[in-house]
Design a protein around this ligand. Structure first.
Ligand code: AMP
Length: 190
């Protein structure tokens, strides 16, 4: 089973993807995590992505499309993947469709974690405090830009998948366990 978790920064995509990975053996593919690893390693991709990520903007589509395409070829992803933070633009969604078709893989569901934007700012501040500022983009100023980028560039993929009849919605503001249970129910994993 291959699924996409959609939702703005702080919606809980990463937390829920990890929980589904642990409970159901699906593999979390977080482009944000992969890009942060690239920045930490000082690779060429990392050097190019660093300033873009710190500003809360999007790295070029071609970069993330290639990262995901290569990762999907790794045998450990065979049980299925949870795409977390990808796709983030309509062009990425179209590239994903093409790459899945080419690799003979299916997309089973797209789940949007719905949120209250006011509460998101509090969540991100909490995450920044808990991780000791480990993420350079976890601050209120960058968050405002990340939310604007989400609205302008990522939100349009919601109708893209809705038009294909693939979109499901889960309330991302509920308690972590409740959100996981709702996801399992929606995905037929319960
Ligand atoms: P995330 O951990 O998903 O919030 O991603 C952190 C940052 O990595 C984002 O603010 C972007 O700068 C970059 N990033 C992650 N995924 C993508 C993507 N699919 N397309 C473009 N940029 C991305």
């Amino acid at each position: 089973m291959n699924i996409i978790l959609l939702g703005p920064p702080g919606a809980g995509k990463g937390t829920q993807a990890q929980r589904l990975q642990e409970k159901h053996g699906l593999v979390q593919l977080s482009t944000g995590d992969m890009l942060r690893a690239a920045v930490a390693s000082g690779s060429e991709i990392g050097r190019k992505a660093k300033a873009i990520m710190e500003a809360g903007d999007l790295v070029p589509d071609s970069v993330v499309v290639q990262i995901i395409s290569e990762r999907l070829d790794d045998p450990d992803t065979a049980p299925g993947v949870i795409l977390d933070g990808f796709p983030r633009t309509t062009a990425q969604a179209e590239a994903l469709d093409a790459m899945l078709a080419e690799k003979g893989l299916n997309l089973d569901a797209v789940v949007e974690l719905t949120v209250d934007e006011g509460i998101l700012v509090n969540r991100i501040e909490k995450r920044a405090a808990e991780t000791g500022g480990a993420r350079a983009d976890d601050n209120v100023e960058t968050l405002r830009n990340r939310l604007a980028v989400y609205r302008e560039q990522t939100a349009p993929i919601v109708p893209y998948y809705n038009g294909k009849g693939m979109l499901k919605r889960v309330d991302g503001m509920a308690a972590i366990e409740t959100v996981t249970a709702a996801l399992e129910e929606t995905l037929g994993l319960a």
